[in-house]
Design a protein around this ligand. Structure first.
Ligand code: HEM
Length: 407
């Protein structure tokens, strides 16, 4: 009787809504706003012309003339998310307008003060994150039409034209196809709590299909993003001021702190999707990789971070499978782990093409119309990791989770 009551109490543990995770859109912000109240027109006018202002080297001058605006006219959560997207994008443009050799060392107070305040309200860091660039930065051209690249547009853009658009929108699609996997994950946790093997098996099968869809969606990068443009033009705007030799001191947020502050740049390592999958499947990374990945959780909305922590504190799926001796569940679990390792291997091939090979090509190329690519970030990711050894270790640790049938 007691255990039955506990089960009932624990069953709704992973209600997605409580953590602001959408059944349809996963971690994406459903239907992000494109406009702020009129009071914020000075921000929106700059944000709407961002690529042009950066490319023509006029952004800093425009930002320096911007009025200092109060946040009191931002009403809804979605308005606050748009404000964070807009101010973080303007910040990246401001810092990197002149390339990596002349980054801005001081963010002016009319930008820094509202940006830090909105960041505090949202529990996000005052820098462009995956939350901004991807989760809040999409809109349908035809609201009734499908969520496909041809019917999608970004809200705020950077230099890089179609490749920039493709990079953001393919990542939006990746998040979207992960949504059924997140639903399946919540179902698996409930099944674990209720010791329902049939539901658990079904949930794991759904999870594997979703992980495979994520891999396929990631493959669309090749159709939409030119590696040379990604490497030479786009990447710098997502770079941060922590573990970045081009800005080793950090950035002074004028009117906020006299000491420079350090934050990592935007990276899909900040996406909650793989963090959630890892927690359910009980995948343990090396101390160093785990430290980086945990740090990236501070770049997620607090409710999404809490969702991942809830999965962590749920009963262990691996222990359950091993102790129940349920062969079908063990097979389904292993298929999820294999699919996740395959996704990570595929991601390594994408990173090799867009960063490693692109860097080698840029080094050997004679001068072209493309800007000289950033040198300081040659071997490190925008999030600040030593790329390939980190990604391989994360993939290999995933594979180590495969369970052997007992007896
Ligand atoms: C051109 C496309 C991409 C490139 C060049 C790229 C590059 C990188 C790099 C350099 C890292 C190392 C961490 C850092 O310092 O930033 C990383 C990590 C990661 N990326 Fe990507 N990425 C791309 C697309 C994606 C997409 C679309 C996703 C899906 C959401 C993704 C998911 C991840 C994850 C989850 C990690 C953390 C490592 C792991 O858990 O396996 N990446 N990526």
């Amino acid at each position: 009787m007691e255990s039955h009551r506990q089960t009932l109490k624990a069953a709704p543990l992973l209600s997605l809504g409580r953590y602001h995770v959408s059944e349809e859109y996963g971690f994406l912000l459903p239907n992000p706003l494109k406009e702020l109240p009129d009071h914020y027109r000075p921000w929106m006018e700059i944000a709407s012309k961002l690529p042009h202002l950066i490319e023509s080297h006029q952004l800093r001058a425009h930002v320096n003339k911007m009025p200092l605006l109060d946040l009191q006219f931002l009403n809804s959560y979605r308005e606050q998310r748009l404000a964070h997207l807009v101010l973080s994008s303007i910040t990246m443009g401001y810092v990197w307008q002149e390339g990596e050799t002349q980054p801005a060392e001081v963010l002016p107070r009319n930008l820094a003060i509202p940006f830090v305040e909105i960041s505090k309200n949202l529990g996000l860091p005052p820098i462009l994150t995956h939350v901004d660039l991807v989760l809040s930065n999409w809109t349908k051209r035809n609201p009734e039409g499908p969520l496909e690249i041809s019917n999608l547009e970004t809200i705020v853009s950077f230099p890089g034209g179609e490749s920039l658009r493709g990079f953001i929108l393919v990542t939006v699609l990746v998040e979207k196809v992960a949504a059924p996997g997140i639903k399946a994950l919540a179902l698996a946790v409930s099944a674990l709590l209720q010791l329902n093997q049939d539901v658990l098996l079904h949930a794991l099968q759904l999870l594997r299909l979703s992980i495979e869809d994520v891999t396929r969606a990631l493959g669309q990068m090749h159709d939409y993003v030119d590696p040379d443009i990604f490497y030479a033009v786009i990447r710098i705007f997502f770079s941060g001021w922590k573990d970045n030799p081009a800005m080793s001191a950090g950035l002074i947020y004028e009117g906020v702190s006299t000491e420079p502050l350090k934050y990592s740049g935007g990276s899909a390592a900040q996406s909650s999707v793989l963090h959630a999958f890892d927690e359910l499947l009980g995948i343990h990374h090396t101390k160093e990789s785990a430290a980086f990945l945990y740090r990236m959780r501070d770049y997620m909305p607090p409710s999404h971070k809490a969702f991942i922590e809830e999965i962590h504190s749920a009963p262990s799926l691996r222990d359950h499978i091993l102790s129940s001796g349920h062969g079908h569940c063990l097979t389904a679990y292993n298929q999820c782990v294999e699919a996740l390792a395959e996704l990570r291997s595929y991601h390594i091939t994408v990173v090799t093409k867009y960063l490693i090979t692109a860097a080698a090509k840029a080094r050997s190329r004679r001068p072209t119309h493309l800007p000289r690519p950033p040198q300081a970030l040659e071997d490190i990711g925008t999030g600040g990791s030593a790329i390939l050894s980190f990604l391989k270790s994360v993939r290999d640790k995933t594979l180590e989770a495969i369970l052997k049938p007992s007896g």
